[in-house]
Every structure is written in C-alpha cells, then in structure tokens.
Design a protein around this ligand. Sequence first.
Ligand SMILES: NC(=O)c1ccc[n+]([C@@H]2O[C@H](COP(=O)([O-])OP(=O)(O)OC[C@H]3O[C@@H](n4cnc5c(N)ncnc54)[C@H](O)[C@@H]3O)[C@@H](O)[C@H]2O)c1
Length: 437
Amino acid sequence: MGKALHIEESNGKLGVLIPGLGAVSTTFIAGVNAVLKGIAQPIGSLTQMGTIRLGKRTDKNVPAIKDFVPLARLEDMVFGGWDIFTDNCYQAAINAGVLDERLLNQVKNELERIEPMKAVFDKKYVKKLDGSNVKSGKTKYDLAMQLIEDCRRFKDENKLNRLIMIWCASTEIFLKPTSTHQTLSNFEQGLKNNSPDISPSMIYAYAAISSGIPFANGAPNLTVDIPALTEFARDMDVPVTGKDFKTGQTLMKTIVAPGLKARLLGLRGWFSTNILGNRDGEVLDDPDSFKTKEESKLSVLEYILQPDKYPELYNDITHKVRINYYPPRRDNKEGWDNIDVFGWLGYDMQIKINFLCRDSILAAPIVLDLVLFLDLAKRCKMRGIQEWLSFYFKSPMCAPDLYPEHDLFIQLMKLKNTLRYIKGEEPITHLGMEYYD
Ligand SMILES: NC(=O)c1ccc[n+]([C@@H]2O[C@H](COP(=O)([O-])OP(=O)(O)OC[C@H]3O[C@@H](n4cnc5c(N)ncnc54)[C@H](O)[C@@H]3O)[C@@H](O)[C@H]2O)c1
C-alpha cells in the first residue's frame, strides 16, 4: 500500500453554486431533494451507487465508493445559482418539463426557496436568449467582483463551510484561444478593458478561482480551459474540470467506439443526428453556439480510434454530427446513429442505434458526482486540472502536452485508481498474474 493523502474532514455544509437554473440544474437539485426524502433513487451516480474493488479479487473487498472516500453528504448540500430569468428553481423545473409535477410538488418547498441571483450575461455570446435578471457593470472586471461578492454573501448567509461552482448555463458561441487567454495578467487586463475574448462563463470561472472555489464546466465553452485560468487555479490550490457533460449520443459513441477498436473492426463513417426541443436545443439552433458543441462532439472518435496508429482501419472516416431543434420533443431527445463498419477482408456491415434518451436525466447524476468529487479533490489539496474526472466529459481537459483520454472504460479505471491513490491503496492494473503463480 502507498501513503494515503491527507484529506481534510467534510465538516459543515457544502454550498453548490450554479450559473444557469435550467433543465439540467433543476433536475439535479430536485433529484437530490427527492433522494433525501426517500422518494427516488440516485440512479446513474457513481458516488451514490458505485463500488470499488480493493486488493486482489480473492480478497472480496468491494466497498461502496461513498464508504471508501469521505464525501460530503447529500443532506449537507445547500443550493444557489444565477440565471437571466427570475423564475425560482421550482418554476424553472416546471418550465423545463423534465420531471413530472407530482414529483416536483413533493420537493416544492425546497425548490421555491432557491431564487436566482442576477447573472453575468451578454447576448453576444448566446444569441438566442434575452433576459432581464442581469448584472450591470462598467467593465468585465466589475462584474467579476460582483460575482465574488455573491459567493461570499451566499457562504455567510447560509453558514457554509465551503463552496463548489458548476456551470450549467447555456452553450456560448465558439471562441478561439487568443493571447488574452494565455496568462493571468493578460486575462485580468482583458477583464478591465472589456476584451471580447472574455465570455461570461470565463468571468464566473475567474470569480470562483479568485475565491478559492473549485469550478466545473458542463458546457463545451472554453471557459476555464485556457492557460490563464488553469495556471491561476494551480496557484490558488483550486481544482477545475470540464468540458461538456458526456450524456446521450456521445456517451454511446464512447461506449461503442472503444469496442470496435478493441476488436480491430474498421470504420468508414459515423452519422449522428438527433431531435431535441428544450431550451438547450434552441440555443444550439444558433450556428455559433452549435459550432462550440460540434467541435466537442467531433473530437471524440479521432482520439479513441487513433487513425495515425491504425491507418487501414480509421484513416478515412466520414464523421457527421447534426442537432435539430424540434420543440415537440422538449427534453426527450431522440438520437439516430448510422455506423458503417467493415470486418475481415474488408466486408461491410452496419450498426444502427436509436436512443430515446432524456438529456437532463442523464446529466443530473454527473452534476452530483462532479460536485462531490471536486469537493473531495479540494480537501485532498489536489489543484489545477483534474484529469481523473474525464469520465464525465465529452471534451476532457488535460495538460497542454497531452491528448485527452476519451475511452469511457479507461476513464473509469483512471477515476477509480485515483480514488485508490488518494486512500493509499494499490492501483488495479488487471494484470492478474499473481492468481496463477
Ligand atoms: N443535458 C445534457 O445532457 C447536457 C449534456 C452536455 C452539456 N450540456 C450543457 O449544459 C448546459 C445546460 O443545459 P440545459 O439543458 O440545462 O439548458 P437550459 O437552456 O435548460 O438551461 C440553461 C440556463 O442557463 C441560463 N443562462 C444562460 N446564460 C447564462 C449566464 N451567463 N448566467 C446565468 N445563467 C445563464 C439560461 O437562462 C437557462 O435557464 C448547456 O450548455 C448544455 O449544452 C447539457
């Protein structure tokens, strides 16, 4: 066994601050409250339902993850957030239409108490939205200071021990990294000069890191994935992670593609299309926001299949991703994948996947796990990019000289080995020679 990291105890209450009280975040908050009341099960959450094997298979030692590492308890979470609309969390959940009213009414009191703070928002970065619950300030730096003050006040008023911030707001337009994003001093200059390179999500991330608050990004925006902020996070001992929750079609892609590669089946093309009718779908109907999402969704296959290593199998793939805004389906997405594969002697085959999924139902447990694992990371003094949380993302953040790991099963192994490492347990390699010596 190695040496366990020192883990600060999870005393007192944990504040969960969320930019964006929309479909994902209200489904998460309502869900945690429903679980606390014993109305429903936290299905899909590794922290609540997952287990971890320790030692040899013959040891039969497989504790629950939540018994193995000291995570915050659901009853210690206090929720808050920002939105450009004034609806409280109950009303926002009703509008989102993900959970049925019968369930929502059982947690109505808890949800109604959560009123959104005024958001940092600029229509230039999310063209399809317009709301009035928005802060004003002369510069982006002033806005960051207002967010820092919101966090401080929320912590004091609720007598919290510590905070986490997780971006569940709309997808912003596609931004390329520029010199403003390279160093903290450039970035702070940009905040003061109102640089167009700095989007609202970056202002939230800056405010969180400045306040020592771990930050996760559930959308594909650059946000915290820029050297200025990842280095700032390291300097401030703040863990950060992102980008873009891995749910729905991309989740399926990162389950199926590693299987095809494992059996050396070739791929000619992968066409993914879906219909989606929630507000996220409406925002993504704008080509600039879609471009951010498209980049995130397209990168997955290339990294998993490694065409440079397997040119005969994966060099010439046609990969298309389409998202169609179709209001009647609301949050219940339907996705179709047509996968053209080939096998022995080049003979063609096809795989069709028709996934009738519920986006926010798949995203909510991810939000819960990220909150709890980021809080754990902070208490273990893990700082900067948390690559072990790649499991949850379509575009995992990683060190600048690395490529991201997209294979869901490698990501899960990395996550569990990190938990073993934190506790001083041996990592599991699955070599297994010792059983036959
Ligand atoms: N549901 C999924 O499966 C999934 C998967 C991956 C990523 N995401 C991303 O998660 C995010 C949330 O998705 P959703 O379905 O809840 O969307 P949503 O449209 O229901 O909610 C987003 C909320 O953010 C608010 N908002 C926008 N800009 C804001 C700002 N600057 N500050 C504060 N609030 C702001 C909007 O008013 C809206 O209420 C989106 O970016 C989406 O792309 C969702």
